[in-house]
Ligand binder design. Structure first.
Ligand SMILES: NC(=O)c1ccc[n+]([C@@H]2O[C@H](COP(=O)([O-])OP(=O)(O)OC[C@H]3O[C@@H](n4cnc5c(N)ncnc54)[C@H](OP(=O)(O)O)[C@@H]3O)[C@@H](O)[C@H]2O)c1
Length: 392
């Protein structure tokens, strides 16, 4: 990648809720010699964002503003060709994201985003993985709460277990938080596209090379009581277990036969009924356009939880790993998962791609595969906990 490009990193979507928090994180924590810029479609909003950042970092007033729109491929080409890394929070990604991935794949520019939409991830693999592999672009999706705590948490857990033996890891997620309009819109939109999601996944599986000589599988388990943790595990079929298993496919360290299970952990028995019922109702309402439109009106894009609410929010992901006669329990912990921690994870991913010495990878890659140890260290240094609780 030419160091001659004008910017080390361009942030796209800083005028939105999560993008604004990511811009603030970069203004506070990026090294002073990082050459970065803000991209967006609305010059007045970009100007207002730059002014806001000036209160956080003296030199933020010099940030350049790049006008670009997801509906204007020429503007995206200019952004992609001007940067070494593009970080984007423009979502829902299934609706707006593809043209920027295309531009980055073509320009050989590293890319990271916050999508949690499996359809989008698979469609980007189907359309752009091959070209990105040729140009050397690293396309890293899911750099927020989806899926970094789970992907790097499983990676961290595997590192505590013996090498070269079958390993089983299960992740149990707990959180107390509110979500933004953008996240709600992405979730409703994804629920309404179940058919397209299945079709993209099928196309990907038909093209993706088979794993030779090793196995990567799902732990097959239904809702169950986990006495050792004093609660219930409810299977969580988000993008996260897919990402963990892709990292396991890519990295030999996960052993000859790796299996992973992913769950919400609930203390109260009633959640076993109310959670699937709530998600099922949302899913059903998202299937038809009139009810979907009504749902989308209940939370506006650009809205998000207040700072006071975010300060009270938290998440914990407990991992139980077994293999070669050993057992380990680890935990990844942090504050507000969806926004403050997500902004930190996305910004650190962008900085890691731009600045760190990383393994050679290209095409669509996971966070563990592309950035593994370097990103883990960045997140630990910045205050996120990755801890071994028990080892035997
Ligand atoms: N996976 C996770 O852990 C996680 C956590 C948080 C958020 N997210 C995802 O991140 C995304 C953003 O969430 P948010 O709450 O920040 O949403 P938001 O506040 O609605 O922000 C959306 C951003 O996209 C921009 N945008 C929309 N259409 C555009 C276009 N055609 N061209 C250029 N820019 C365009 C908006 O620009 P304007 O300001 O000009 O309208 C705004 O900057 C969502 O997809 C959400 O699901 C994921």
């Amino acid at each position: 990648m030419e160091a001659s490009r004008p910017y080390d990193l361009v942030l796209f979507g800083g005028t939105g809720f999560t993008g604004g928090l990511t811009a603030e994180y970069l203004a506070k924590h990026a090294p002073s010699d990082l050459r970065w810029a803000l991209a967006g479609r609305n010059p007045q909003k970009l100007e207002a964002l730059r002014e806001r950042l000036q209160g956080l970092a003296d030199d933020a007033g010099q940030l350049e503003l790049l006008q670009a729109d997801m509906t204007d491929p020429a503007s995206l080409k200019r952004v992609a060709e001007s940067a070494r890394v593009v970080v984007t929070t423009v979502g829902p990604y299934a609706l707006h994201g593809e043209p920027l991935v295309a531009a980055c794949a073509e320009a050989g520019t590293d890319y990271c985003d916050l999508t949690g939409e499996p359809e989008f991830v698979d469609r980007m693999w189907n359309l752009h993985h091959e070209r990105a592999t040729e140009t050397g672009a690293r396309l890293v999706h899911c750099c927020g709460f989806d899926s970094i705590p789970h992907d790097l948490g499983a990676y961290f857990t595997v590192q505590q277990l013996p090498e070269g033996v079958p390993l089983k890891v299960e992740g149990f997620v707990r959180a107390n938080a509110e979500f933004s309009g953008g996240t709600f819109h992405s979730a409703v939109n994804a629920f309404g596209r179940a058919r397209q999601t299945a079709a993209e996944g099928k196309r990907r599986r038909a093209k993706e090379p088979r794993l030779e000589g090793r196995k990567v599988r799902s732990v097959k388990a239904g809702i169950r009581r986990v006495s050792a943790m004093g609660g219930y595990a409810i299977p969580l079929p988000t993008v996260d277990p897919q990402i963990v298993k892709r990292s396991a496919r890519a990295l030999e360290r996960y052993g000859p036969d790796f299996s992973y299970g992913h769950y919400v952990f609930a203390k109260k028995a009633q959640t076993v009924v109310t959670l699937p019922l709530g998600v099922g109702t949302l899913f059903a309402l998202a299937q038809l356009k009139p009810t979907r439109d009504l749902l989308l009106k209940t939370k506006g894009a650009g809205d998000g939880p207040s700072e006071a609410r975010r300060l009270k929010s938290w998440f914990k992901v407990r991992f139980v790993g077994e293999g070669g006669g050993e057992r380990v329990v680890t935990e990844v912990r942090g504050g507000d998962p969806g926004y403050d921690e997500t902004a930190r994870m996305l910004a650190e991913s962008g900085l890691c791609l731009a600045l760190d010495d990383l393994p050679e990878t290209a095409g669509q890659v996971t966070t563990a595969q592309a950035m593994g140890d370097a990103l883990l260290k960045r997140l630990q240094d910045s205050g996120m906990a990755f801890e071994v609780l028990e080892s035997a």
